[in-house]
Design a protein around this ligand. Sequence first.
Ligand code: NDP
Ligand code: TDO
Length: 306
Amino acid sequence: MKVLVTGVGGQLGHDVMNELAKRGYEGVGSDIAPVYSGVADGSAVTTMPYVSMDITNAAAVAETIKSVNPDVIVHCAAWTAVDLAEDEDKKAKVFAINAEGTENIARVAKEIDAKMVYISTDYVFNGRGTSPWKPDCKDYEPLNVYGESKLKGELAVSGTLEKYFIVRIAWVFGLNGKNFIKTMLKVGETHDTVRVVYDQIGTPTYTLDLSRLLVDMIETDKYGYYHATNEGGFISWYEFTKEIYKQAGLPTKVLPVTTAEYGLSKAARPFNSRLDKSKLVEAGFKPLPTWQDALGRYLKEIGVLA
Ligand SMILES: NC(=O)C1=CN([C@@H]2O[C@H](COP(=O)(O)OP(=O)(O)OC[C@H]3O[C@@H](n4cnc5c(N)ncnc54)[C@H](OP(=O)(O)O)[C@@H]3O)[C@@H](O)[C@H]2O)C=CC1
Ligand SMILES: Cc1cn([C@H]2C[C@H](O)[C@@H](COP(=O)(O)OP(=O)(O)O[C@H]3O[C@@H](C)C(=O)[C@@H](O)[C@H]3O)O2)c(=O)[nH]c1=O
């Protein structure tokens, strides 16, 4: 099986490539940079085949993907800066990458009859209520530009292809890139107390664990919409931060605040980001380990714990 992975300069793409290598599949990495630009950690992705591709350039996407001719495309590239996406002068670019870029890839996937995996987000929902969102729920109502653009990407994939997996994930952390854990560790070094919202509820996702699931998925033809995060229950960002400092051994105090009290975010975010993952198990896929366990392994991976 030959697999093209977009976004290998980011968190998830990096780990998907290494998982493919581990299982002996032929992986080709791709991102916008001229050469592989992710962390130089000596892992397989750093030496695997790489093609530079700007996903917003439809002609380049068609030419590049056809020349690679993959059986599967795992599309991880995206604009992921949620607050920045709200800036008036950034919106067109956000949609060009997350919506049109995804559509460019889906069109070529159809032409060459490749399976496609599109990674999406809890932010396609409005976050009302307390019930976990089901993967086949169609009551989309994104609250911010990033969420809107990711939803457009979803619709492009499901409207173009039959052989697709749309996998919604949330609160992602991985070695290769920025994330909430790295931010909080940095803030914790210089502050005695941090204020963190307790009214946005969800579950984190460790890219290393998710990559295993994604490769399990592409080995099947169990197409459709899925939700995938780590196990371990639903928590707030406040509770997540408490556990980060506890496991990292930092004395920083965490003060719970409401989103309104926090007041620093440009983009609105859903309060209820609970994702229902029961469909995964029903389809025979192995759930991810708990987020608490994932956090411990991650702190080792990034060198915070021995
Ligand atoms: N991070 C999170 O918390 C969550 C992420 N997701 C989704 O998961 C997926 C993976 O996220 P993650 O690994 O964190 O993302 P990252 O932001 O770490 O990586 C995305 C990569 O895409 C690249 N990219 C941006 N624009 C283009 C372009 N025009 N052409 C080609 N590549 C481009 C980026 O390059 P550059 O850095 O140079 O812009 C970057 O290397 C995304 O689809 C995201 O929407 C879903 C839920 C939560
Ligand atoms: C840094 C910080 C953030 N917060 C809040 C802001 C926000 O509501 C929440 C999380 O902050 P972030 O900026 O990391 O969140 P954000 O970038 O919105 O994270 C999202 O990224 C996109 C790509 C997704 O798809 C989502 O699943 C989700 O992971 O915590 C605090 O309360 N205190 C703090 O000190």
